[in-house]
Design a protein around this ligand. Structure first.
Ligand code: ZN
Length: 268
């Protein structure tokens, strides 16, 4: 694996590896966990999906890939209400090349990588733990697919590290989402940098610097607002966050208040 490319051969991939491939001419990468036996567990949209163009595009790619698999009869296994799917390596890659996501990367090398979503400073857990998490989520689901809050990269990052964000529910952990939102905005808003950005070359340099800095701050290995949540507790953890976001938490706490006096009476 070189500094500029994480490209690997199929024979080099081991169970528990976080692999990815570029889709739609390098517009975005698709991530998954290699679980052995030429199988990959990855996170996509649910089977029955919305009508927007981008979701049709993505689910179209996936169903097209998994519907007629010549290699494995059980390829494309997916629970009805889950976005987690098991396919063979061929269907995962489509016509794309195979890349391996790097863990435990030193900060200097992390910052030298230009493109978001190819490596992290966070350490990977042992491969058998990673495979167990992926298989558990295949059988239990991973919630709804969301490009910015929870996507295929977050799924793979979670399987590898067990880390989830705890108090900033709006910000996903993946490099793809953070480089898409954070950096162009930061580059536009920060006036001191515009002074240095005299020509197109200067602007490019500054933007690249901002890009890497933004990526560094949101990297899961650097962030302090992440916690290790074991896979058996993940659905309740995510469920708790979902309740917290809506107003139903007020309703349920009202219910609790009403119940409390009764409970005390019973105790007496
Ligand atoms: Zn297949």
């Amino acid at each position: 694996m070189g500094l500029l490319s994480n490209r690997v051969e199929r024979s080099e991939v081991r169970p528990g590896d976080h692999i990815y491939t570029w889709r739609a001419v390098y517009a975005y990468s698709h991530h998954g966990i290699y679980v052995g036996g030429s199988k990959v567990v990855h996170f996509t949209r649910k089977k029955e999906v919305e009508s927007s163009d981008s979701s049709n595009f993505i689910s179209g790619l996936i169903s097209q890939a998994s519907s007629e698999c010549p290699t494995f009869p059980d390829c494309g296994f997916q629970l009805a209400d889950s976005g987690v799917v098991l396919t063979c390596l061929d269907c995962f890659l489509g016509n794309g090349s195979l890349y391996c996501f790097e863990y435990g990367v030193p900060p200097a090398i992390f910052l030298a990588k230009f493109r978001g979503g190819t490596c992290t400073i966070a350490q990977s857990d042992p491969s058998e733990v990673v495979v167990r998490r992926a298989m558990h989520l295949l059988q239990n689901g991973f919630g709804n697919y969301d490009m910015f809050e929870k996507n295929c990269e977050d799924f793979a990052l979670y399987c590898k590290t067990g880390l989830v964000p705890v108090d900033e529910p709006g910000i996903g952990v993946s490099g793809q989402a953070s480089s898409a939102i954070g950096v162009p905005l930061a580059a536009l808003l920060s006036t001191p940098f515009k002074i240095f950005a005299a020509g197109p070359l200067g602007m490019a340099t500054v933007t690249a610097g901002m890009y890497c800095a933004g990526r560094y701050i949101t990297d899961i290995g650097v962030r302090k607002d992440v916690a290790k949540v074991e896979v058996e507790n993940l659905s309740s953890h995510l469920g708790f966050r979902r309740v917290e976001d809506t107003e139903s938490v007020n309703r349920s706490s009202d219910k609790v208040k009403k119940l409390l006096p009764l409970k005390r009476k019973r105790e007496r």
